[in-house]
Write a protein that binds this ligand. Structure first.
Ligand code: COA
Length: 260
């Protein structure tokens, strides 16, 4: 599948998805949102892909938000549908994905760009990156899950301050408020993302998928996270990977997990 707005590159079992609209600071237009849906669905279904790193083309921006130039053409009655479809097809798809997704935030992550990073399982930021949810400067609010995920990651007070002031924060501030996991130099960004993902790829893939599901369960209305964890724990006993993990430990060797 070829894309107009994304670059896809495979490096071993890691798949890079790079948003490639550098002249528009990688802003998410409708076509890019549709391509992200296809690219992530393909990656999650491709047995050759173990995990994904998403980043933006160039050194200036990860993603500078939804494409504001498209907002003029939106009918007043369609706003909810755009948010609902986008959340379901891209942001929730990533968050609930069966494979680890790391956002390598190489520059501005604003609006939908920060929402995209927040939907990923882990965020690494370049020390030059700036992050924010500036929607209220346009008369909007975040629509791709930003009000929820920012409050989950950074706490309600910080989320409300960032959303209401529309201020951008530095990578150092983002680290301090737990919005990102690590901050490194721009040069080290992809190395750091690969280092973490390669470590995860040594672990049992079905257990990783279950861990994502169980952690997410605690943030879902009407879902008992503890019960989800118990069920996932039980399911782990039915996997060949667990047998392999125990055997490898007993035999003092490295496990070779097959995701079975
Ligand atoms: N949607 C559409 N186009 C965007 C965009 C967005 N969210 N963000 C940047 N661009 C475009 C600019 O229009 C410009 O295009 P042009 O060269 O054809 O005029 C190009 O990307 C470069 O951006 P520019 O504003 O010239 O860069 P800058 O260094 O002066 O400023 C930002 C960088 C990120 C501060 C500024 O682009 C910005 O505020 N962007 C919008 C952020 C935003 O509000 N996002 C949330 C949307 S809901």
């Amino acid at each position: 599948m070829s894309f107009q707005n994304l670059l896809i590159e495979n490096k071993g079992r890691i798949q890079y998805i790079t948003i490639n609209r550098e002249s528009k600071l990688n802003a998410l237009n409708k076509a890019t949102i549709a391509e992200l849906h296809t690219a992530f669905s393909d990656a999650f279904n491709n047995p050759g892909v173990g995990g994904i790193i998403i980043t933006g083309a160039g050194q200036k921006a990860f993603v500078a938000g939804a494409d504001i130039s498209e907002f003029n053409n939106i009918d007043a009655g369609n706003g909810g549908e755009i948010a609902r479809n986008g959340q379901k097809n891209v942001f929730d798809l990533i968050e609930n994905g069966s494979k680890p997704v790391i956002a390598a935030i190489n520059g501005f992550a604003l609006g939908g760009g920060l929402e995209l990073a927040m939907a990923c399982h882990i965020r690494i930021a370049a020390d030059t990156a700036k992050m924010g949810l500036p929607e209220v400067t346009l008369g909007l609010i975040p629509g791709y899950g930003g009000t929820q995920r920012l409050a989950q990651l950074a706490g309600k007070g910080k989320a409300l301050e960032m959303i209401m002031t529309a201020d951008m924060i530095t990578a150092a501030d983002a680290l301090q408020c737990r919005l990102v996991n690590h901050v490194v130099s721009q040069d080290e960004l992809l190395n750091k993302a690969e280092e973490i993902l390669n470590k995860i790829l040594l672990r049992a893939p079905l257990a990783i998928a279950s861990a994502i599901t169980a952690v997410n369960a605690g943030f879902k209305d009407g879902v008992n996270g503890f019960e989800t964890e118990i069920q996932a724990f039980e399911n782990a006993f039915k996997t060949k990977d667990l047998q392999e993990g125990i055997a490898a430990f007993m035999e003092k060797r490295k496990p070779e997990f097959k995701g079975e």
